[in-house]
Design a protein around this ligand. Structure first.
Ligand code: PRT
Ligand code: ZN
Length: 210
């Protein structure tokens, strides 16, 4: 019998909610922290545990039939996948922020400034759309310390509660992208019975929550 594969985050902010969603769909599987793949015992499904950044590509290339990942990651990797369902968790916004004494309130004032981010592709798109030329400095983490160290004039990073910005003396002033976790599949017209059935189960779990 055919088996399908779903890729979810191995550890991090989306892992727990992704596992919980699949368990709430009635799927039985072991969730060992050390295993990278887990077989569901009561549905022809295998779960692949991956770094979130790799999920869109695995789905695009058909290595996984489905994936659960943040919309921000999909936008940054520029792969072509199809979103089947928004999942209502992992909500956050990619924002531009500056030091609170900077007094920048209009994005036009970013012209020729240096902006530190882990999302250079999304940020470049945003700047192009707004006709702003700025220098993007790509760093992989701890973006928020940039302005304080004189590394950058502004940052563009994910914000959820805003506590990290605040504790680094930064204030947000422009929203670049809103994001939440989504269920994705390959960008094709063909679907399968198994994908449809799992999607229906996920949708009824989401309906029961609302
Ligand atoms: O190891 P792996 O590559 O899989 O994980 P990761 O470290 O790249 O990602 P992870 O686990 O941090 O986040 C996974 C996804 O959760 C992100 O891609 C977003 O879609 C979503 N998400 C939701 C967030 C946040 N909220 C969030 N607050 N991702 C990151 N943050 C970080 C943000 O970068 C900043 O440093 O939290 C800090 C700000 O949080 P607040 O609450 O202080 O505003
Ligand atoms: Zn990641």
């Amino acid at each position: 019998m055919k088996t399908i594969k779903i890729a979810i985050q191995k550890s991090g902010r989306l892992n727990e909610k992704s596992v919980e969603l699949l368990k709430n769909c009635g799927l039985n599987f072991e969730n060992y922290k050390s295993s990278l793949i887990s077989k569901v015992t009561n549905f022809p499904l295998e779960i692949l545990f991956l770094r979130d950044d790799d999920i869109p590509e695995y789905v695009q290339d058909g290595i996984a039939d489905l994936g659960i990942v943040g919309e921000n990651v999909i936008a940054e990797t520029k792969v072509s996948t199809h979103t089947l369902q928004k999942l209502g968790f992992g909500k956050c916004t990619l924002k531009i922020a500056v030091k609170k004494d900077e007094l920048i309130s209009d994005i036009a004032e970013l012209e020729n400034k240096t902006i530190a981010t882990s999302y250079p592709i999304i940020l470049q798109d945003y700047l192009d759309k707004n006709n702003i030329k700025a220098n993007i400095r790509t760093i992989s983490g701890s973006v928020e310390i940039g302005p304080g160290l004189g590394l950058s004039d502004a940052i563009c990073d994910i914000v959820s509660t805003g506590a990290t910005l605040k504790s680094n003396g930064l204030v947000p002033f422009a929203d670049v992208l809103s994001s939440e976790a989504v269920l994705i599949t390959k960008n094709t017209n063909e679907s399968s019975h198994l994908i449809e059935e799992l999607l229906q189960r996920i949708q009824s779990v989401l309906r029961a929550k609302n």
